[in-house]
Design a protein. Sequence first.
Length: 112
Amino acid sequence: MGVILIGMPGIEKRLARYPQLYSRVGFAHEYRSLRSDELTAVVTQRLPAPDPGDSGLAHTAALAAIVRATNGNFRLADRLVTQIRRVLDINGHTHLTPEAVDAAQEALLIGH
């Protein structure tokens, strides 16, 4: 059975302290951060559609805030999107807003 370990840069060096485990590591690969267009494409698939009433301005501003806050870090973006969806559900909102992003960031202690 194959297992994928995802962690901080240098995790393979930390695993080297445990020879029985490290001898079973096939390879280590460091992923680069996502570009803003890649991150936007990924995040857009998981968030509600823009509000047609504001010409998508709030949606665009919210996506830009997500890109700035996560700096291309996929794991952080995933956590933030999950929290944004919770904030929207709790407040009964159906469209993404910069305020929802701010609330999610504060809940996760990201940025600011």
